[in-house]
Design a protein around this ligand. Structure first.
Ligand code: SF4
Length: 105
């Protein structure tokens, strides 16, 4: 996952093969995506239910990589909520800038 911010994501049909094994295909999609206006306890409860499914999913890491690479804006992907993904991406960008500043060219 270290190269996600240095190279643009590549979109190809093969890159989506992992979805065939996605556990969420057998579940109600409304667990993974919030309805309009959802907040507070209801939102946390739904997200925890989605995360429990993700924790059992055989392609969880590929899904997570995808969601970060393509910066999926909505829903629980790879066990991460949209809020958790948005917190990770700026931190990764900062780490990358720090790494570049200290890497001899
Ligand atoms: S990790 Fe979660 S969102 Fe991703 S494919 Fe698996 S069940 Fe679906």
């Amino acid at each position: 996952m270290a190269s996600l911010l240095t190279e643009p994501p590549v979109f190809s049909p093969e890159a989506w093969d992992w979805r065939v094994e996605a556990l969420c295909r057998q579940r109600d999609p409304s667990i993974f995506f919030h309805p309009d206006g959802e907040r507070g306890r209801a939102r946390r409860r739904r997200q925890q239910e989605a995360k429990r499914v993700c924790a059992e999913c055989p392609v969880m890491l590929r899904c997570r990589e995808h969601s970060l690479a393509f910066q999926e804006p909505f829903g629980v992907w790879g066990g991460l909520t949209e809020e958790e993904r948005s917190q990770l991406l700026p931190a990764r960008a900062v780490n990358l800038r720090t790494h570049r500043a200290h890497t001899p060219s």
